[in-house]
Design a protein around this ligand. Structure first.
Ligand SMILES: [Zn+2]
Length: 284
């Protein structure tokens, strides 16, 4: 495949790689939000609440906090606690680990970190399933929810929990919320801002050379986070190569067509092919 050869050659040469990870990447990795895996793990929820997928279920108007946190603990278990680093993420790391790299992602499932990507090289923009915050953002801090989730899982019965297991804000005593960007109360804490600064610093250092931008599974839900900025970066840097996997090509009005490669093949196949080419290059 010519497109893959071109990407592989660019990767071999580039000192730096910027990865943009969207929902399609975790779906390609096998984290199943609506298929058989979801239906098995949430059969009781589907029967009671009529859930169709693990995205919309997060917005279900649970009648009580006890039911809501029982649900979220199951969600956290399914997406994070019971899930190791997926092979696709581990292979992706092997593809870039001899370069300067940085990852910006809208994914909240911690897969980049689990796979071994350096935490200093990650900007996780939209929150993290492993964290919670004050629902009204009364103070700018986020908290791990892992221990709370484990206790809830042990205490849950008939899709609810005793009230004493419901998390409360340690400052105002109000409701807690998952640390996910669903409304204007989303907290961008110190760690978030430091990551944003490291991303800016990475772009400052490497965004004007032979950088490869790997845009993986990024759709149109939040195009201002990865998709549009990657197009702008490609426009600003005549040596950049934008590689779009599993999404629509850049609009023809943008003068970056010649430096954009669109790959429609499944992402795991693409990563495997690029990895094989890299190993072949290393051997010769
Ligand atoms: Zn509070």
């Amino acid at each position: 495949m010519d497109a893959l050869r071109r990407v592989s050659a660019a990767l071999a040469k580039a000192p730096a790689v910027l990865i943009g990870g969207g929902a399609g990447l975790s779906a390609a990795a096998g984290i199943d939000y609506s298929g058989e895996g979801f239906r098995r793990a949430f059969a009781d929820y589907i029967a009671r609440y009529g859930f169709s997928d693990l995205y919309s279920s997060g917005f279900y108007p649970f009648p009580t906090e006890e039911e809501r946190w029982a649900y979220w603990a199951r969600h956290i278990e399914y997406t994070v606690l019971a899930r190791p680093a997926m092979p696709l993420y581990r292979r992706l790391l092997r593809l870039v680990d001899d370069k300067e790299y940085f990852v910006i992602t809208t994914n909240v499932d911690a897969q980049f970190e689990k796979a071994g990507f350096a935490r200093d090289c990650l900007f996780v923009v939209q929150g993290d399933y492993r964290e919670m915050q004050c629902a009204r953002a009364c103070h700018q801090k986020v908290y791990s929810n892992i221990e709370a989730a484990q206790k809830i899982l042990a205490a849950a019965h008939d899709l609810t929990i005793p009230s004493e297991y419901v998390p409360h804000c340690p400052v105002c005593g109000g409701k807690m919320e998952m640390h996910l960007r669903v409304d204007r109360y989303f907290i961008e804490d110190e760690a978030w801002h430091r990551a944003a600064q490291r991303y800016a610093a990475f772009l400052h250092t490497y965004g004007r050379g032979e950088i490869v931008l790997l845009e993986m599974g990024v759709g149109f839900n939040t195009p201002t986070i990865i998709r549009f900025p990657f197009e702008e970066l490609t426009m600003a840097d005549p040596q950049a190569l934008l590689v779009r996997m599993n999404t629509e090509p850049a609009p023809p009005r943008l003068p970056i067509q010649a430096r954009t490669v669109n790959i429609e093949a499944p992402i795991p196949e693409v990563v495997d092919a690029l990895l094989a080419a890299k190993q072949e290059n290393a051997a010769t």
